[in-house]
Design a protein around this ligand. Structure first.
Ligand SMILES: Cc1cc2nc3c(=O)[nH]c(=O)nc-3n(C[C@H](O)[C@H](O)[C@H](O)COP(=O)(O)OP(=O)(O)OC[C@H]3O[C@@H](n4cnc5c(N)ncnc54)[C@H](O)[C@@H]3O)c2cc1C
Length: 379
């Protein structure tokens, strides 16, 4: 390997996979994560088959499948809650299921276990404080109670999310998140027995996604256009609004409104995007995942793209003669897939609201199953 010592900033989904993939190739890896251990934001996550291929590559496939809820199809429903269609998902030889849905806290637990088993050192409640770079490495100091001691690294890998401080360090505010004009409400509820696959439904400008999870749980996400985000909503106010929105559906989906209680873990916020439109690195510092290409969740592929970024980075570092050569090959290899997900998700979002532009309609000539099948091809 052309790097011996790497710092990963951000111990979320992409960061832990990058750390594991590098450590399994013999690299010494430190991860700094600013949240305390076991505090994971968000409810659940759909892992499409291309994300499962990455889990297999880092040796975590069995653990995510046993903690999650595998399924082979997705379902579309009508506003009255009845079935419109069931659509099969693409498959990848050697991956035993086409999709897995999992609690975010369970996924992060599995990924942290995989990283630790590979020899990664993780420091929760910490972050980089200063970075001083020269041609051969980066000197880093840290902030936080449990932080690593200051040291020198061959490469800094930024998987620090949509509000990445490393992106700001590299590019200033040029690629700060931009609003899409949509908001998302999310809540976990006990899984209704009939919810055995991911379900998508629309009523007017409201989109509902119902996701079965392991351990008898499920989660509901609602997306609707909203000019500006409502500030400071309490959990109870979020659940009240979700009950009203769910009540717009008929049948079993409408009945789910009664399962949303003030005790349900609820979240609300704007749908935002990030697109870094120049090389995703400078010298020996790079940004990846949501820090670089955060997308609207309409293809359920954001985390899948982050974990693909992670393993492709490790592959390119393994094969290259120098760090600049590896990073150049890495981001060029990632642009087509991450870009497709972003453009396609945004086009779907606008189409679902009757606001599709001509270029959206052109892109959407590639159907959703065709787009998902394209992503099931090797990265
Ligand atoms: C409503 C919604 C639903 C979604 N559903 C899906 C889905 O079903 N399937 C899917 O594939 N994707 C989905 N996504 C997208 C997915 O959540 C993201 O793409 C994914 O989490 C990105 O991973 P990441 O590692 O880049 O960033 P994150 O998962 O956000 O991790 C970033 C980490 O960095 C840490 N951090 C931040 N700043 C610092 C710092 N300065 N120092 C140290 N640590 C720091 C954070 O605490 C966090 O743990 C969804 C997104 C939304 C909004």
């Amino acid at each position: 390997m052309i790097v011996q010592r790497v710092l990963v900033q951000g111990g979320g989904i992409g960061g832990l996979v990058a750390a594991t993939a590098l450590a399994r190739r013999g690299v010494e890896v430190d991860v700094v994560e600013r949240r305390p251990v076991d505090s994971v934001l968000g409810v659940g996550l759909i892992q499409p088959v291309n994300a499962l291929r990455v889990m297999k590559e880092i040796g975590a496939l069995g653990a995510v499948l046993s903690a999650g809820y595998p399924s082979e199809e997705l379902r579309l429903i009508k506003p009255d809650g009845t079935v419109l269609a069931d659509a099969p998902l693409p498959e990848i030889p050697g991956v035993p299921t086409r999709s897995n849905t999992i609690q975010r806290r369970e996924l992060c637990r599995v990924l942290l276990d995989a990283a630790t088993a590979a020899g990664v050192r993780s420091y929760h409640g910490s972050s980089s404080a200063t970075l001083r770079e020269d041609d051969h490495g980066v000197d880093v100091t840290f902030a936080g109670d449990q932080a690593p001691v200051a040291g020198r690294y061959d490469l800094i890998v930024g998987f620090d999310g949509i509000r990445s401080t490393l992106r700001r360090h590299l590019f200033g505010d040029r690629y700060d998140p931009r609003p899409t004009g949509f908001s998302v409400w999310r809540v976990s509820v006990p899984r209704p027995p009939e919810l055995d696959r991911v379900v998508y439904g629309f009523v007017g400008d409201l989109k509902a996604t119902l996701v079965p999870l392991g351990s008898g749980e499920s989660y509901i996400a609602l997306i609707a256009p909203e000019e500006s985000v409502q500030p400071g909503l309490t959990t109870s106010e979020i659940t009240v609004q979700m009950r009203v929105m769910l009540g717009r559906f008929g049948g079993r989906v409408g009945e789910l409104a009664e399962r949303v209680s003030d005790e349900s873990s609820a979240a609300y916020g704007p749908v935002e995007e990030v697109s870094v439109e120049e090389p995703w690195y400078r010298g020996r510092i790079l940004v990846a995942g949501d820090a670089t290409h955060a997308t609207s969740p309409h293809m359920a592929q954001g985390a899948a793209m982050a974990v693909e970024d992670a393993v492709v980075l490790a592959e390119e570092l393994e094969g290259a003669a120098s760090v600049p050569e590896a990073l150049d090959a890495w981001w060029k290899r990632r642009i087509p897939r991450a870009g497709l997900v972003q453009r396609y998700s945004a086009a779907l979002m606008r189409q679902e609201q009757g606001r599709a532009a001509p270029e959206d309609l052109k892109l959407l000539e590639l159907s959703v199953p065709q787009a998902q099948a394209r992503l099931a091809r090797p990265y």
